[in-house]
Ligand binder design. Sequence first.
Ligand code: PHE
Length: 462
Amino acid sequence: PAGDSASPQKREHWSGQTAFILAAIGSAVGLGNIWRFPGEAYENGGGAFMVPYLIALLTAGIPILFLENAIGHRFRGSAPLAMRRVHRNAEGVGWFHVAICFVIGLYYTAVIAWSLSYFWFSFGLDYADDPAGFFFNDYLQLGSDVTLSAQIVPSVALPLILVWALTIGILALGIHKGVERLNVVGIPLLVVTFGILAFRALSLPGASDGIEALFTPDFSVLTDPEVWIAAYGQVFFSLSLAYGVMITYASYRRRRSNVTGPALVVAFGNSSFSLLAGLAVFATLGFLAQTQGVGVDELENITGVSLSFVTFPAVIAQMPGGQFFGALFFASLVLAGLTSLISVIQTISAAFQDKFGWNPRIAAVAVGLVSAVLSVLGFSTASGLYLLDTVDQWSNQLGIVAGAVGMIAAALWFGRRGHELERHLAAVSTIRPGRYWPVLINVIALLLIYMFVSKAVSLAID
Ligand code: PHE
């Protein structure tokens, strides 16, 4: 098999199927589940969002997850190498994935670094008195008037450097000793820490009000295209699709591996985690609403950055045992984030390993150092927070749609590999994708093109 590889070294392998599944779940379960999913669901019809979400999962998430796994497993390369083997002119699609990973890695690290700081702050409940003021003024040091400041804030730079050092260290150990070990320990641990949190959240007074708010369905949203776009976007982001990540991870599986079965485990494991996070987050919000004597729908700051760094600290401060649960919450964010970040940076590092024959150590250090410098410059200054939003819009909403369409076009339209990949999956896997699978992927591509155009137009108008 080594003769099939462009790089001089033998390709690394996961030790087995479970290791792969845990690593892929590690990539999928991240800030997107804890932060993004509950808010998206709440804003897009509450309980009714489950309908487009499930449809998006079944019609796009799983088919594209199969596609990336098939490409990685059959063509055995990081994104650029695998895409070049799919079609000789498609290497650029893979580098595009790598570029998006690079961007997302920078901002993902920032959030992990903040969580690491907040893990630390939880022991003394430093943020208890005025969570918003603490986050924006004391911690990030965003003055009232700054939108662009280049002053590096040491308390943010330090955890950032720590996260990068950890990332470089883990990746330098390689797939087997580094990435795999992190996930084999980290993911079960995350299930425990987050499980305890969810249990605590669900037993708080007012929890049921929160859950009711999340799941009270507003079926009228089902006719709104924006809601469908949100559902498809959430599924792609959450399953790490169209970033080249799953291609890369699948390329380390052994030749005779069941491909579709584990992919299904990853998809449903990820969605279950999202659901659990949705319950926990809204149970907590129900408690908060009750202590403030307002309805859940009157609460503010219930998504994204403010949810984790303003609203939750406020709840933690009021809760018996807040120090413990606060530390547990931020530790969960760090774990969930780190296992995703590792997959993102590995995707970049693997691309350079395959292209230039670098070993994992050299690639990890090179990619890690460049990213570390840029992320410290970009995110430990006051402008970081503004950057976050812009980056999220362009890379997550536009970039990945382009990355997905490019991949589908290369594999199915120009490379005409649809049936070859289908046969490949059927030959190695327990669950056969079926001959409608390529058809479905074509339909998804059209849908994505529609999403791309409508999002681009709305961004341009802004
Ligand atoms: N899937 C991760 C999450 O839900 C984010 C991610 C995106 C990870 C892209 C890797 C690649 O948070």
